[in-house]
Unconditional design. Structure first.
Length: 131
């Protein structure tokens, strides 16, 4: 990683090379390592369902204020997610039930800094009950 990456304050991941429809593992490792090296990361966006690959790298980022990701995470991954603190803006696209369950704990941690929370969900169908 060259020194300019170490001072990057915004990372936006919207495409990842694939091998047989699976994200290329070396690319994900390289991205995670780059995130780890960024000392002043202020904003991270990932619009692909690969957030688990970056959870550990995003922890202990004191300057991270904006986060946007696809919230398809396991319970253990949500435990790591709650370790990301000091966010000012949080956007979760399509959160799983695990993320929804962890959200109150996470919001409690983020309460001193959070000013914007956006949750986007995809409706799979509408269920109605006859009265």
């Amino acid at each position: 990683c060259s020194p300019p990456f170490m001072s990057a304050n915004h990372i936006d991941i919207r495409a990842i090379p694939t091998v047989k429809s699976t994200p290329q593992p070396q690319f994900l490792r390289d991205c995670a390592r780059t995130i780890s090296l960024c000392r002043n990361l202020g904003s991270f966006t990932c619009t692909l369902d690969v957030m688990p690959s970056f959870l550990l790298s995003l922890q202990r980022k004191e300057s991270l204020e904006q986060l946007r990701f696809i919230g398809n995470l396991t319970t253990d991954q949500c435990t790591q997610l709650v370790q990301i603190t000091s966010l000012r803006e949080l956007t979760i696209d399509g959160g799983s039930w695990n993320v929804v369950d962890a959200l109150p704990r996470w919001i409690d941690v983020l309460q001193p800094s959070l000013t914007s929370l956006s949750l986007y969900v995809r409706l799979l169908g509408i269920v109605s009950a006859a009265a």
